[in-house]
Design a protein around this ligand. Structure first.
Ligand code: UT7
Length: 325
């Protein structure tokens, strides 16, 4: 039995923020951002939440009449920005979609979250005999970044992407190979401390302490380039499908220069990498499924195409999934 992606969806906030908009609030320029990252726009929440974006991205998956809601036995949300910790974002999705019974939970593996969630969903669907499952990746990075720090604020955006997975008994398509790993972040290159509250038993001076994302950009970039190479080569090796047979590689959209380095190192033609960072910036757990949905909705994916999803992020986590469409 294999597990296959049968539908895709996405939702981003309605407000577009351009590099020119950022010039007005940060010591930066459109040219610098474009040249160093490939980013031109990003979507930033005004009133949207992680749950509202995830819900709308998932409503896309079930709008066709052929979807039987009672078959959806699993909903996993990958996010590091849940607007409610309890209930989980996945539980909010379940309620909004009016799915009566389903396993629901959130996971946080930073920007690698979507890949990890798909892998967990695949295993659970096989082990627990679940017919259909939803994985949604969503992040509201505008809540995490320090809007006074030009080194981090310019690279992130908000958004959600979703997939509907189906257990298929007699199909040679679906997920063929997965590689996931984590190396220690010895340089503290990506850190977001959690909020702490004063209690009668700790030494906190204020009622609470909260933190913003801290990132050593060039260190993350070095890690990311290696992570992409290792992950792509690992899924290729374990699937016995040669790199030239791959139709598209959908990378986590963090920086155009990271993707350019992968093109050079792996000698993969540029056009195989699907890139939409110009319009969304880095949406963390949302980035790979948003790109996948764009490819799918633009009818660029054909039955039988081999595709690699590859990502990396805080942790330091990384990985790839090779699938046959
Ligand atoms: O999802 C995973 C999370 N993160 C990533 O994947 C991020 C990976 N890293 C990156 O994308 C890049 O490192 C950044 C885009 C964050 C930074 O680009 P960089 O080419 O690595 O620049 P840098 O940090 O080495 O800074 C070079 C110069 C510095 O000035 P000096 O010291 O050379 O005078 C910075 O102060 O550029 C300056 N700088 C800026 N200038 C204008 C840094 N940010 C900006 C900015 N506008 N926004």
């Amino acid at each position: 039995m294999g597990v296959k992606i049968i539908k895709t969806g996405r939702k981003v906030p309605h407000k577009k923020v351009t590099n020119f908009d950022l010039e007005k609030i940060l010591d930066t320029t459109n040219e610098w951002i474009k040249d160093r990252t490939g980013i031109i726009n990003r979507h930033i929440s005004t009133n949207e939440t992680s749950s509202s974006l995830a819900i709308e991205a998932c409503q896309e998956l079930i709008k066709d009449k052929d979807i039987n809601l009672s078959e959806i036995g699993l909903i996993i949300c990958a996010t590091m920005t849940p607007d409610t910790l309890i209930p989980t974002v996945a539980a909010n999705v379940k309620k909004a979609l009016k799915i009566e019974h389903s396993i629901t939970f959130d996971i946080n593996v930073a920007c690698s979250g979507f890949l990890y969630a798909v892998s967990v969903a695949e295993s659970m669907m096989k082990n627990l005999n679940i017919k259909k499952g939803i994985v949604v990746g969503v992040d509201l990075n505008s809540q995490l970044v320090d809007w006074k720090d030009r080194g981090t604020a310019i690279v992130f955006g908000d958004g959600a992407g979703s997939v509907l997975l189906s257990s298929e008994k007699n199909s040679d398509s679906g997920i063929l190979s997965t590689f996931l790993d984590n190396i220690d972040d010895n340089d503290n290159s990506l850190i977001l401390k959690n909020i702490s509250y004063k209690t009668p038993f700790n030494n906190l001076e204020n009622e609470y302490e909260f933190f913003k994302l801290e990132m050593l950009g060039p260190k993350v970039m070095k890690f990311a380039i290696n992570a992409i190479n290792t992950s792509i080569l690992s899924v290729i090796k374990s699937s016995n499908i040669s790199l030239d047979k791959i139709k598209y590689i959908i990378p986590h959209q963090a920086n155009q220069r990271i993707i350019d380095a992968a093109v050079k190192n792996l000698k993969i033609p540029n056009e195989k990498f699907y890139i939409n960072i110009d319009n969304y910036a880095n949406t963390s757990a949302g980035s790979i499924p948003i790109a996948l949905d764009e490819l799918n909705k633009n009818n660029l994916l054909k039955k039988g195409d081999y595709i690699i999803l590859v990502g990396f992020g805080g942790g330091l986590s990384f990985g790839a999934i090779l699938l046959k469409w």
